[in-house]
Design a protein around this ligand. Structure first.
Ligand code: ADP
Ligand SMILES: Nc1ccn([C@@H]2O[C@H](COP(=O)(O)O)[C@@H](O)[C@H]2O)c(=O)n1
Ligand code: MG
Length: 479
């Protein structure tokens, strides 16, 4: 009888082209040296091998979570996704490897392996954090026939895509929040049970009777209590598991698209960066120039703010609308279906108001002043002044913050908006320039808000955005 030890079944998919981290590893260096000794050919300088030592991805891997009932087809679906990603470096982690396992005195027939407490989520989190940082990690190996961890570990090297699959993948909030895509495999329970009986008898050392009694006592009730409720967190629900080739194809195409985006948009779907064209870069070239006159600065900043505001407007909900044209024909189009308001984070946000009003004539604009205690520069930011439009819970809100640096001010402003009834997904931050650190901070605190910017800069250790454009409000108001 073949016993299943999950470590041997599921692991790292090695691709033909190593990623940069692997390329830089000592092992590869050793391989180059050996090859040179054996063949006399220096592969590194020969051009025969064109692995570039590119910087490791600054945005980290694309994290996919796959959940669903036992034997619904999660592992099979994941294998198909990995196959479809071809030579992308893809790593699969099974939640099953993280079972805590039984102590000698514990009896498997009275242990609930479908309860969240049976899994070591803390260890899983540590392993994922390492992979996110681009480091290798060791994972446990689990033996389903003895219900124990094996005394060996498996080394998982980082990948561009990391897939975590298991019945309770969406259960812990901290893991759920890390995922960039959540897939729930939804299969008919009878089909799952039939598959589970076959699999557990043939490869997990079980009898039909033990599978059935475990199913009745633990598997089914725990599915209903802990697993099924997590279906609502899924971005995609895949019925018929691995047979659903259309769904799998769509998932593969989405991942491929995300991997082709070499920036933060891969991780944060609600981030809009508009700077990829010469028109916008042309505007930046004027107002970022320290020699620009105040008149030029204002003119070009206002032009850019209008474009950013238009982009923000395109994120609002629309509804169908028809009008009669002067020819008496009907034109079927759209109109906004949301009420809009705006809030400026003083003082920089004030300087965005003229540009915003040029595209949203009568928009109601509130104000917020957020600052640290001047006597204690290490203190947290506080809301010093706040005057907001009424009925925020009914409105979509543009939050104006021209330069998003650390993101702390914007985060505080969003906290205040939420406290005043605003809905997270209805907040759209408009920024001329945002630092990658500020973007991460905003989305880590509030994954559902939207952020439109025309460029991504970096945060200097001094806390200033670089290359930046100086003090926006001072340059705009001439102060
Ligand atoms: N579409 C399918 N048709 C037939 N058998 C399947 C299908 N999907 C999965 N299986 C089989 O069912 C069993 C459970 O599938 P698996 O992918 O391991 O489920 P899970 O990871 O959700 O527990 C395995 O033996 C697998 O080969
Ligand atoms: N010692 C164990 C550990 C887990 N199980 C069952 O495995 C199921 C999860 O694995 P899938 O591949 O089916 O998702 C889960 O339902 C546990 O009941 C076990 O039987 N013995
Ligand atoms: Mg599985």
């Amino acid at each position: 009888m073949e016993m299943e030890t999950r470590c041997d079944k599921v692991g790292v998919v090695e691709t033909t082209k190593p990623d940069s981290a692997t390329c830089q590893s000592l092992v590869t260096r050793l391989a180059f040296t050996c090859a040179k000794r054996l063949t006399g050919v220096d592969l590194e300088s020969s051009g025969l091998v064109n692995w570039t030592e590119a910087e490791p991805s600054s945005v980290g891997p694309f994290l996919i979570g796959v959940a669903g009932g036992s034997a619904s087809g999660k592992t099979t679906v994941c294998n198909k996704i990995m196959q479809g990603l071809g030579d992308r470096r893809c790593v699969m982690i099974a939640l099953d490897w993280f079972y805590k396992g039984l102590e000698d005195e514990e009896d498997a027939s009275s242990y609930n392996f479908d309860h969240p407490d049976s899994l070591d989520f803390e260890l899983l989190l540590l392993c994922l954090e390492k992979l996110i940082r681009g480091q290798s990690t060791e994972v446990p190996c689990y033996d389903f026939s003895t219900h124990k961890r094996l005394p060996v570990k498996r080394l998982i090297t980082p990948g561009e895509v990391v897939i975590i699959e298991g019945i309770l993948t969406f259960y812990p909030l901290d893991i759920r929040n890390m995922l960039h895509m959540k897939i729930f495999v939804d299969e008919d329970p009878d089909t799952c049970l039939c598959r589970r009986i076959r699999r557990d008898v043939s490869s997990r050392g079980r009898t039909i009777e033990s599978v059935l009694s475990q199913y009745e006592k633990f598997v089914k009730p725990s599915y209903e209590e802990f697993i099924a409720p997590t279906k609502r967190y899924a971005d995609i629900i895949v019925p018929r598991g691995a047979e659903n080739l259309v769904a799998i194809d769509l998932v593969i195409k989405h991942i491929a698209l995300k991997l082709s985006q070499p920036d933060l948009r891969r991780l944060y779907p609600n981030l809009v960066i508009m700077g990829d064209n010469p028109q916008i870069q042309g505007l930046h070239s004027v107002f970022r120039d320290r020699e620009a006159s105040r008149e030029d600065f204002i003119f070009h900043a206002d032009r850019l703010i209008r474009l950013i505001a238009e982009e923000g407007l395109s994120l609002l909900p629309f509804q169908q609308s028809s009008v009669y044209t002067p020819t008496g024909d009907v034109y079927h189009g759209f109109k906004y279906s949301a009420e809009l308001a705006s809030v400026s984070i003083m003082r920089g946000g004030d300087a965005m108001e003229a540009g915003l009003r040029a595209v949203c004539k009568n928009i109601c604009i509130g104000k917020m002043l957020i600052a640290k205690d001047p006597l204690d520069p290490s203190s947290d930011r506080k809301v010093i002044y706040c005057k907001l439009p009424s009925e925020l819970s009914q409105k979509h809100v543009f939050l104006l913050d021209p330069i998003l640096g650390t993101g702390k001010t914007a985060v505080k402003a969003v906290e205040e908006l939420l406290r005043r009834g605003c809905i997270e997904s209805h907040i759209i931050i408009l920024s001329l320039v945002a630092s990658s650190e500020g973007v991460r901070s905003c989305f880590e605190h509030f994954p559902q808000l939207k952020l439109v910017t025309s460029a991504i800069d970096h945060l200097h250790v001094s806390g200033r955005v670089t290359p930046g454009l100086g003090e926006f409000a001072d340059r705009y108001f001439g102060t």
